[in-house]
Design a protein around this ligand. Structure first.
Ligand code: NCD
Length: 305
């Protein structure tokens, strides 16, 4: 079902695809030693043309934990990109050296282009401000672990809904499930993209766009916070107008349900204050740790079925 497939956007994935990945991740967490050689002899190539900590390192860790090997393009200043090599030629080479390619790029569409060139499966590790499908897998898996379900929950997504590929992919992935209600919480300038809003309408998800967190906090089972994507603003003065729009503090959590789970794709800047880290609501570091079993599950299913 997932074997040999490119993973470019959550829109290409069915609910069943997500569930297959979640079930494999459950098995991995239960008995990691059984998975330690399943990708022996396989090579994953990573090409990150934009900064990354968690995504790059958890992909590497996942491949190594499965017994596979990793080659990394490294910093673009040190590879032939610095000599003017184009993306297609770089991908063509990686395709001949490896069994699966993981790419991150500043430009929306770069992963799709790579998938058209490469014969081997391509996994999008984030391109532009629209797609970050493996982050969405981790986010939904984290919710499933913390709440034991996704269906029936009330979820708030807070922050940069316009430029955030993590938020847009998360929202798109939610349309595969039957959540109770979705609150999209953002400044007016950073409201969700039209194409994402259309997905919600098509899927019949009950959603509301609001500006303030206070009014909805008490209803939420999950609060997905995100960083304002400074580097994607065409005009720096536009960023200055919205920076620091939201800061979640102990005070803002006073009306929260006991079972509220706060998620964040990380890195955070100033939208969650440090005092929240020690509360039972803070699930973002556990969420980041789940990046390894989820990416292990995905790599295994793509390379071996
Ligand atoms: C996200 C990204 O790169 O889109 N980071 C991640 O992969 N965890 C979120 C962000 O940079 O804000």
């Amino acid at each position: 079902m997932l074997r040999g497939r490119d993973i470019i956007s959550v829109n290409d994935l069915s609910r069943r695809d997500f569930e297959k990945i979640f079930e494999a991740a459950d098995e991995i967490l239960k008995a990691p030693e059984r998975w330690s050689a399943v990708l022996k002899g396989r090579i994953m190539a990573t090409a990150f043309f934009e900064p990354s900590t968690r995504t790059r390192l958890s992909f590497h860790t996942a491949m190594l934990r499965l017994g596979g090997e990793v080659i990394d393009l490294g910093e673009t200043e040190k590879s032939s990109i610095a000599k003017g090599e184009n993306l297609s030629d770089t991908i063509r080479m990686l395709d001949s050296y490896s069994d699966v390619i993981v790419i991150r790029h500043r430009l929306e569409g770069a992963a799709k282009l790579a998938a058209e060139i490469a014969e081997k499966p391509v996994i999008n590790a984030g391109d532009g401000s629209r797609n970050h499908p493996t982050q969405a897998m981790i986010d939904l898996y984290a919710i499933r672990r913390f709440h034991e379900r996704i269906d029936g929950l009330t979820i708030g997504v807070l922050g940069d809904l316009k430029y955030g590929r993590a938020t847009n992919s998360f929202i798109a992935a939610l349309t595969k499930f039957r959540i109770e209600r979705l609150y999209l919480i953002s400044p007016p300038q950073l409201r969700v993209r039209d194409d994402t809003r259309e997905l919600l309408v098509e899927a019949g998800v009950e959603f509301r766009e609001v500006e303030r967190l206070e009014g909805v906090m008490g209803e939420l089972d999950v609060l997905y916070a995100s960083r304002i994507q400074r580097e994607r603003f065409p005009d720096p003065s536009e960023y200055e107008m919205v920076r620091g729009s939201y800061v979640i503090t102990g005070e803002s959590l006073r009306s929260a349900k006991d079972s509220l789970a706060i998620l964040h794709p990380l890195p955070r800047v100033d939208e969650i204050s440090f005092e929240v880290d020690s509360t039972s609501y803070a699930k973002y570091f556990e969420q980041a740790a789940l990046g390894v079993p989820v990416r292990m599950a995905l790599l295994k299913l793509i390379l071996m079925g």
